[in-house]
Design a binder for this molecule. Structure first.
Ligand code: NAD
Length: 500
């Protein structure tokens, strides 16, 4: 990217989006924003400049208690759970429309908060609206059953909401991941306390404000801002009925330990180290595109990042050459600069962590190719990096880096490819690039991954269930499976007496 363009990159949001950052961003509890009882605020940092751009309330236990209490009261009095399903449906459709009405503002908020390019942020907002609309439709579709019990009984199952659902989310896709949890929870009559990541919370609070405008009653959707302390207070609360968590595997374990204490059901969507398998019969250009999208999107900070590519031995050189050439045409820059393909990473701490992976791989003798793309002179930027010949046991091949770093390995045949693909503790996703349809089916059965994409990568849609295996978590979000996670079944059995 041209140096002067970088220097003069547009870093200001539009007036409407900027106005939101001009005031402290605070929790939305019981139908209105509330100042933190802690009286503490964190700086909101623009990752593209490293500069503070606003303040975020750092909530504590008392704020969490207020939000849980509001959600409990709202659930108990039936102001939402006892609405006719078509009334909840109408309100959630309206919410989807409002997200679209304010898409431009939300896009800029998300780009400012996370650093991602505007074009990527705009896809996030469109996805969030689509998810809300999809689950709005479920309000009127989650039916119970009539059970084929012995004939002297009439038995049914009905679906009931769980109660107060907690949604804890990460910073990489703040609004879509929030809607994966909030939309099904609300559709089936639950109330919610959400806690977004302290690194990117603004769009989540904005969603609560839009929900209020759409007609979601006060107390039904509460958003508590803050960090780990707020998350811990929520997961250890004895007054919540479900926890849905997305974040790192280490935090997921802490969440599950807390949930065990109160016997609260929890679903966890965790980290990944997903492999893309490129066979020698693949459409090479398409595979290169897919691998690039899999690892450079959102600067590699994606749970399903295809952070490992396994290439069939005989095409390794051709593949790497094409990948490096295509990567050298990208532009790294501020998310608001036109032409930016790869934005900054989220924070200085993340930058240091990624740099340490690269440095130690280099020291261990791996072949590290860092693209010579020009980087802005401030902000948390890192050049796309391809690492090959990784010595056995080096963590860059098996641990989640969460940055624009691609680990390359080779395989000889299908068996070798499966063994290597399944060789990490994670099991979130995998990609297969081949023209052989029988091979596709053989491999799909064997890959330990919640989602397998074939000749494409990273396709998300509200209809497609998503979740992990192994250390990537359990539970499925999106698709009809979500019904299971946000309702409980009640069985009723009626004695019919003797037949006439
Ligand atoms: P993180 O685990 O650090 O934080 C996630 C959330 O948990 C944040 O809101 C944080 O404030 C909160 N939190 C932190 N400690 C807590 C505790 N002890 N109790 C309760 N809550 C706590 O994750 P992150 O850095 O925000 O996000 C990146 C991670 O998320 C990566 O590992 C990525 O793979 C994962 N992720 C997974 C998916 C998926 O669907 N599988 C999707 C996106 C991101």
């Amino acid at each position: 990217m041209n140096a002067s363009l970088t220097a003069h990159a547009k870093t200001a949001a539009s007036t409407a989006a900027q106005a939101i950052f001009d005031y402290p961003v605070e929790s939305f509890i019981d139908g209105s924003t509330q100042q933190p009882r802690t009286r503490q605020y964190l700086n909101i940092i623009d990752p593209g400049t490293g500069e503070p751009v606003g303040l975020l309330a750092q909530s504590g236990g008392e704020d969490v208690d207020a939000a849980v209490q509001a959600a409990r009261t709202a659930f108990a009095d039936g102001r939402w759970s006892e609405l006719n399903p078509e009334d909840r449906e109408r309100i959630l459709f309206r919410l989807a429309d409002l997200i679209e009405r304010d898409a431009e503002i939300l896009t800029e908020i998300e780009a400012r908060d996370t650093g991602k390019p505007l074009a990527e942020a705009s896809l996030d907002i469109a996805e969030a609206a689509a998810v809300v609309r999809y689950f709005a439709g479920w309000c009127t579709k989650a039916a119970g059953t009539v059970v084929p019990a012995p004939r002297e009984y009439f038995a049914t199952t009905t679906r009931e909401p769980l109660g107060v659902c907690v949604a804890i989310t990460p910073w990489n896709y703040p609004l879509p991941i929030l809607t994966y949890k909030v939309a099904p929870a609300l559709a089936f009559g639950n109330t919610v306390v959400a806690k977004p990541s302290e690194l990117a919370s603004v769009s989540s609070v904005y969603l609560a404000v839009l929900a209020n405008e759409a007609g979601v009653p006060a107390g039904v959707l509460n958003v508590v801002t803050g960090g780990r302390a707020a998350g811990e207070a929520l997961t250890s609360s004895a007054d919540v009925d479900k926890i849905a968590f997305t974040g790192s595997t280490a935090t997921g374990k802490a969440v599950l330990r807390a949930a065990a204490e109160t016997l609260t059901p929890a679903t966890v969507e965790l980290g990944g180290k997903s492999a893309q398998l490129v066979f020698d019969d693949a459409d090479l250009a398409a595979a290169v595109d897919g691998v690039m999208a899999g690892i450079w999107t959102n600067a590699g900070q994606v749970c399903i990042a295809g952070s490992r590519v396994l290439v069939q031995e005989n095409i390794k050189d051709a593949f790497i050459t094409a990948l490096s050439e295509r990567t050298s045409n990208l532009a790294v820059g501020h998310g608001f600069s036109s032409g930016t393909n790869i934005g900054p990473v989220i924070s200085e701490a993340q930058l240091d962590k990624i740099s340490a992976f690269i440095q130690t791989a280099k020291e261990a003798g791996a072949t590290v190719t860092t693209s010579d793309l020009e980087l802005p002179d401030r902000g948390y930027f890192i050049a796309p990096t391809i690492i090959a010949d990784i010595p056995a046991g080096h963590p860059v091949a098996s641990e989640e880096v969460f940055g624009p770093v691609l680990a390359v390995d080779t395989f000889t045949d299908e068996k070798d490819a499966i063994k290597k693909a399944n060789s990490t503790p994670y099991g979130l996703a995998a990609g297969i690039w081949t023209r052989d349809i029988s091979r596709v089916h053989r491999l799909t059965r064997k890959l330990e991954a919640g989602t397998v994409w074939v000749n494409t990568y990273g396709v998300f849609h509200p209809t497609l269930p998503f979740g992990g295996m192994k250390a990537s978590g359990f539970g499925r979000e999106l698709g009809p499976q979500a019904v299971e996670h946000y309702t409980q079944t009640k069985t009723s059995v009626i004695q019919l007496g003797t037949s006439a």
